[in-house]
Design a binder for this molecule. Structure first.
Ligand code: NCD
Length: 355
């Protein structure tokens, strides 16, 4: 059975299939109004979310399906100490598909190993957020028309920003993608992500210190908020939160054809004055999120019926533990699995951290 845990769980052809489906839904919503009649989506949100959860909910409603679930782990059995594995085994009896957000990295991967229905990762800790990435891709596709030879500036919290990690993984598969990384030194991309951008041992990205330097190069500027909730030391957050602010003056340095994306919520990294610039695509992006989630729910349910298979991950069991304390394996009794990346580094199957 197919799940969506990491953006690379989908081949580029399957991404294309989803994009086309989303565009068909946009053009012919009435055709899809009943396709999920009688089906239920369970939204299991262990971490606060408004837009992602509402986006999933409205997507399922527009497909004619129903939605159940929780938006606060304290109101579920989790507060009684239930494991993710048990929760999904139970929910598999009540729903047809699950969207899960969790503060532990790798939790949706664990869920997929115990579930009888498809699992969609709606964000796991600072790790990954594949449906935001599909949203970003649909926006790029609708605004720019293609994915090849794009220079993408990633700005803000590249350390904890899971949307950034997933977007890099997805865009890195297209021809000629170039990344420009714009972040304070403390919030640079983690090593397990950076290694993805090395080609023959050399970095295939540029790191710059100011937005001004980056602006003229970019086709896409991806702004992110500094992830306050992942800081152990709040004074560190206060010091870093306003590191990069996109305003009208900086927008003047960008190409006419550039687009600005942001997964939202925005704190103050984009001034409201930028909103009226037609290159500001972040509110159009929100709408695309609903359409792409409609396409995803519809497609995963269809693949389940067709029994379409994906690739089985090449993992091994080693007598080791993952060193990432935010990894789900630190708190749940699951089998420890590791894989070797393209450079031969052993990484946790659940959170991708090197061991
Ligand atoms: C992002 C998330 O939750 O990771 N938002 C979202 O899904 N729309 C980004 C964020 O919280 O800053």
């Amino acid at each position: 059975m197919r799940h969506l845990i990491d953006p690379t769980d989908l081949t580029t052809n399957e991404v294309e299939e989803l994009m086309n489906r989303a565009i068909d839904i946009i053009g012919h919503p009435a055709r899809y109004a009943e396709v999920c009649h009688g089906k239920k989506l369970a939204t299991l949100f262990y971490e606060p979310s408004t837009r992602t959860r509402l986006s999933f909910t409205s997507a399922m409603m527009e497909l004619g399906g129903q939605v159940l679930g929780f938006s606060d782990a304290r109101s579920s059995s989790v507060s009684k100490g239930e494991t993710v594995a048990d929760t999904v085994r139970v929910v598999s009896c009540f729903a047809d598909i699950i969207a899960m957000r969790h503060y532990k990295e790798g939790a949706p991967r664990v869920a997929s190993e115990f579930s009888r229905i498809p699992i969609i990762n709606a964000g796991d800790g600072g790790h990954s957020h594949p449906t935001q990435t599909l949203t970003d891709l649909l926006t790029i596709r609708r605004e720019l028309g293609h994915f090849d030879h794009l220079t993408i500036g990633l700005c803000g919290d590249l350390k904890y920003g899971r949307t950034v990690h997933s977007l890099i993984k997805a865009m890195n598969r297209y021809d000629g993608t170039r990344f420009v990384l714009i972040s304070p030194p403390e919030l640079r991309l983690p090593d397990y992500m950076k290694h993805e951008l090395y080609v023959d041992g050399k970095p295939d990205f540029v790191e710059v210190n100011t937005l001004e330097e980056a602006m003229p190069m970019l086709d896409v500027l991806y702004m992110t908020r500094v992830q306050q909730e992942r800081f152990a030391d709040l004074s560190e957050y206060e010091r870093l939160k306003d590191s990069f602010i996109l305003d009208e003056e900086r927008m003047r340095l960008g190409k006419e054809s550039m687009i600005v994306l942001h997964p939202l919520p925005r704190v103050n990294e984009i001034t409201t004055g930028v909103d009226k610039d037609r290159r500001a695509a972040y509110f159009r992006q929100v709408e695309n999120g609903k359409f792409v989630r409609m396409a995803l729910i519809y497609t995963l349910l269809q693949w389940k019926e067709e029994e379409r298979k994906g690739e089985t991950p090449d993992v091994g069991r080693y007598d080791m533990i993952c060193s990432n304390d935010r990894c789900i394996t630190a708190t749940e009794p699951v089998e420890r699995k590791f894989y070797k990346d393209k450079d031969g580094v052993l990484r946790c199957h659940y959170c991708d951290h090197a061991v």
